[in-house]
Design a protein around this ligand. Structure first.
Ligand code: NOJ
Length: 590
């Protein structure tokens, strides 16, 4: 092999400068806790709030700025808590309101902020409002809180339109016959998700008032912000027109991100991204502004292109929006460069920070995604079954670490999903009998569903249930391989994934990378193999190609996602250092 040439790591003109504003959310690293799978306090096999409190030191040690908790509210758990029956109470499965207060105080004492989830697009069918609607006649105020319609056809027995549920099957369910039915028989109700999740009618002022009150309830308790579920879905196009497109929360990746940053991650149907939705966020912005402490709203909006997503974070709306274009960009240097550029430009346009995210509770973890072949990883993101092509676990971990280190070097705010700091892969061979995601049932198994990324975390290799709780119980089985990912196998171990994340967060903080300017390294600006950029005084170099990249011999390594090559054997003469493939390094700028 011929020696790779050392190229100077000289940055060009910055393509991004941070917007003014010193609010914490502009650069925070936010850790997603999925409560049922984080840590179990009472031994019933389901994670809970006391479990979170007990493990807060893990998060403190990791060095994150904030925690976002997925829903822990009262819920029949038909969609793992995204079907809320009481927005102002904790489900007994997860504890009590006092347990919440304790968790919040514990996080605040450790200097970490707390964001909670709000699910405003739909309630559970067990919510008192929906129960009242069922008992009421068509056209009554009780029905007006939801999206009830007469059916089509002479007998009203065809659904009001052709929309499909995101979890599969029709998006409409017809009520059982009742005394008050009109000539068209029982009405139908809309549910973009499961039939147990009826969509609310956001044209109804009563719905708006109710949610403003829910926000106040949690703000008064002291939460620092909200993650808004399906933030692009609350307003539907007038007349609910038919739409032949595929409704999907998560779609596959396209081979490359086109110039506009559209990656196939969005939805453009009449149920999504309607302009009217922004009035809601303007009102919520005002509401939060009445509280101290830079409270924030983050949009879960699968919207494209990024210029449309930027509408959600205009100065008088939300503060952040998840960047799913980044999550769905393939492991390819030009595609990632485009996504980073387009993301920063779109958010700079409105003075908002870009966010970065690689994993969450709805998608295959990036350690598994990146271990799939290019063709397989272009498929659906929401679940791998035993009969699907299986990821290469070693390759996936190596790339996941490189991808995470790349992400954490970017300016803006980064989201981590619980377990990624341990390098966790999905459980990719869950038996059908244990699956719980409604998407698995509604597609009759055609989609594996999202259970694989929701498996309870391994805390200690030698304990039953890998230390998830005080008993061996875990609501989903953990793969045997989780022993080697357990937190206690990684704390203080040089080179472990946990220690890599911890070191990266420390350097990110010390060098204020979240608030930095970004400039691409000129020599690699058009490289098909290498991504290299400078933020403040740190140069991030990621090798996505097939041969090692020579680094300047005098470069000081701050953090690396894997072992670096030395001069001998890797092709570099003298004492040079090389960056192996699928590896990212942070260097101090010369
Ligand atoms: C997005 C959430 O992240 C997902 O888990 C949930 O199923 C849907 N919204 C419906 O609430």
């Amino acid at each position: 092999m011929s020696a790779p040439t050392v190229v100077p790591l000289i940055a060009g003109e910055p393509v991004h400068s941070p917007a003014p504003g010193a609010e914490w959310w502009r650069h925070a690293v936010i850790y997603q806790v999925y409560p049922r799978s984080f840590a179990d306090g009472n031994g019933d096999g389901v994670g809970d709030l006391p479990g979170v409190t007990r493990r807060l030191d893990h998060l403190k040690q990791l060095g994150v700025d904030a925690v976002w908790l997925s829903p822990f509210y009262r819920s029949p758990q038909k969609d793992a808590g995204y079907d809320v029956s009481d927005y102002r109470d904790v489900d007994p499965l997860f504890g009590t309101l006092e347990d919440f207060d304790e968790m919040l105080a514990g996080a605040h004492q450790r200097g970490m902020r707390v964001i909670v989830d709000v699910v405003p697009n739909h309630t559970s069918d067990q919510h008192v409002w929906f129960q009242e609607a069922l008992a009421a006649a068509p056209g009554t105020p009780e029905r007006e809180r939801y999206m009830f319609r007469d059916g089509r056809g002479l007998a009203g027995d065809e659904a009001p339109n052709n929309w499909q549920s995101i979890f599969g099957g029709p998006a409409w369910t017809r009520l059982a016959p009742g005394e008050d039915d009109g000539p068209l028989g029982p009405q139908w109700y809309l549910h973009l998700f499961d039939s147990s999740q009826p969509d609310l009618n956001w044209e109804n002022p009563e719905v708006r008032t109710e949610f403003e009150d829910v926000l106040r309830f949690w703000l008064d308790k002291g939460v620092d912000g909200f993650r808004i579920d399906v933030a692009h879905g609350m307003i539907k196009a007038p007349g609910l027109p038919d739409w032949a497109g595929k409704v999907a929360m998560v779609e596959g990746t396209d081979p490359g991100a086109p110039e506009d940053g559209a990656t196939g991650a969005g939805n453009n149907g009449p149920m999504f991204d309607q302009d009217g939705v922004h009035d809601i966020y303007r009102a919520w912005h005002q509401l939060l502004a009445g509280y101290d402490g830079d409270r924030c709203l983050v949009a879960e909006a699968w919207v494209e292109p990024l210029s449309r997503l930027a509408n959600y974070v205009r100065a008088d709306e939300m503060q952040q929006a998840f960047n799913f274009a980044f999550l769905t960009t393939p492991w390819n240097a030009p595609a990632l460069r485009t996504t980073v550029n387009v993301s920063l430009a779109a958010m700079d346009e409105v003075g908002a920070p870009s966010t970065w995210v690689l994993s969450n509770h709805d998608v295959v973890r990036h350690a598994s995604r990146l271990g799939l072949s290019a063709e397989a990883s272009a498929g659906p993101l929401n679940g791998i079954a035993a009969h699907d092509p299986q990821p290469d676990e070693e390759l996936g971990l190596r790339r996941a670490r490189a991808a995470s280190l790349l992400m954490l070097g970017l300016p803006g705010s980064a989201y981590l999903y619980q377990g990624e700091e341990l390098g966790l892969p999905d459980h990719t061979a869950l038996p059908s009998e244990v699956r719980q995601d409604p998407a698995f049932f509604r597609t009759e198994g055609a989609e594996a569903g999202r259970d694989g990324c929701r498996v309870p975390l391994p805390w200690s290799a030698d304990d039953a249930g890998f230390g998830f709780g005080p008993t061996a119980a875990t609501w989903l089985p953990q793969p045997a391989s989780y022993a080697r990912y357990a937190a206690d196998q990684q704390y203080g171990v040089p080179g472990s994934t946990f220690e890599m994340y911890r070191a990266a967060l420390e350097v990110r903080h010390a060098h204020e990378l979240g608030q930095g300017r970004l400039a691409w390294v000129e020599a690699y600006a058009d490289s098909t193999d290498v991504l290299a950029f400078q933020v403040n005084d740190v140069v991030v170099v990621a090798n996505l190609g097939e041969s090692p990249v020579a680094l300047p011999a005098e470069a000081e390594v701050l953090v690396a996602s894997g072992p670096l090559g030395s001069g001998d054997g890797s092709g570099v003469a003298d004492d040079g250092v090389t960056l192996p493939l699928d590896t990212t390094v942070w260097l101090r700028a010369l």
